[in-house]
Design a protein around this ligand. Structure first.
Ligand SMILES: Cc1cc2nc3c(=O)[nH]c(=O)nc-3n(C[C@H](O)[C@H](O)[C@H](O)COP(=O)(O)O)c2cc1C
Length: 300
């Protein structure tokens, strides 16, 4: 009997496919195209303690094999999220993971406190946010800062805490270990890769903020390598992501060591991508007599 269920820190997902934060909103837009109840989980767009305006446009650029964005974590704040998005998502038979952003440890803690006792399954902490106390350097690019913010937030979280890692580091294994040492119950990786595009006719960068984060199929081999390295460094579950657009891509991440996978940029090209990927994983399992994904997880 084919069994697609996976368990992430005691939370059972009906299959390993979840949406990547920031590429699926809170599911409203996609519910016209797909049945959200088929998803393993919805990871929502980053939520902060207060509304954030995000960056000035242009903040999206297409590049070969993907895109660069500098949306800047625009969001309506946690109070709006609790009032509007939780009731909407709870109509569906899927798990709910709330991605949390912040400029300081206090801002992360405020949001996590607001989410206590709320009907959500897990928290995903985006440590790629600029730390305003460290001159805008991302929390997730320094092991000490990463461990400290995770351990601070962990004190207040009443749900399993997934820490989402930045790939913009020289040794992903060290950051993964720092997150685990700080008390992460799971890690997800990768976030976008720092990138730039220049309009040579205007002699200007395409993005107003000059530098943004790259996502999409072109980053997949980097993400697979990082998931592999992180999986050798930690003993907690891993959600792998970065450029996944097919069932085969998802299987690659699972073989590299991921317990579940998230789908981001592919949703923009094909709103049905997550469903196609679930079906693709199922087909692979049938074709190659895999009854449970644990049989191939981390086989590399
Ligand atoms: C437009 C856009 C917005 C994003 N917003 C968030 C966010 O709010 N929080 C977060 O942790 N990651 C965010 N990400 C990163 C994605 O969740 C994901 O880590 C990254 O895009 C790599 O996966 P992909 O290649 O499948 O898109 C965003 C990505 C894009 C393209």
């Amino acid at each position: 009997m084919l069994d697609m269920r996976v368990n992430i820190c005691g939370v059972e997902l009906k299959n390993p496919v979840v949406t990547a934060s920031g590429t699926f909103g809170s599911g409203h837009e996609y519910s016209d195209f797909i049945d959200l109840s088929r998803l393993g989980a919805v990871i929502v767009k980053g939520v902060a303690d207060k509304p954030w305006n995000g960056n000035k446009p242009p903040r999206i650029a297409e590049v070969y094999g993907g895109m660069i964005n500098s949306v800047g974590l625009q969001n309506p704040g946690v109070d709006y999220f609790i009032k509007n998005d939780i009731p909407f998502l709870r109509q569906f038979d899927t798990k709910l993971i709330v991605n949390v952003c912040g400029h300081t440890a206090e801002e992360y803690v405020n949001t996590v406190k607001a989410l206590r006792q709320q009907d959500v399954d897990m928290i995903e902490l985006n440590i790629s946010c600029p730390n305003i106390k460290a001159g805008g350097m991302a929390f997730g690019t320094d092991c000490q800062m990463a461990e400290k913010v995770v351990s601070e937030v962990k004190k207040y979280a009443d749900k399993p805490l997934i820490v989402k890692l930045s790939p913009n580091v020289s040794d992903i294994a060290l950051i993964a270990k720092a997150a685990e040492n700080g008390g992460a119950d799971a890690i997800s990786l990768i976030n976008t890769i720092s990138a730039m595009k220049i309009d040579i006719y205007k002699r200007k960068t395409v993005l107003d903020s000059k530098i943004g984060g790259m996502s999409g199929p072109a980053i997949k081999p980097i993400a697979v390598r990082m998931v592999y390295q992180a999986s050798k460094a930690v003993n907690i579950p891993i959600i792998g992501l970065g450029g996944i657009s097919s069932g085969e891509d998802a299987i690659e991440f699972i073989m590299a060591g991921a317990d579940a996978v998230a789908v981001g940029t592919a949703n923009f090209m094909n709103p049905h991508a997550c469903i196609d990927i679930i079906d693709g994983i199922e087909k692979y399992m049938n074709d190659f007599s895999v009854n449970n994904l644990s049989e191939i997880k981390g086989c590399i």
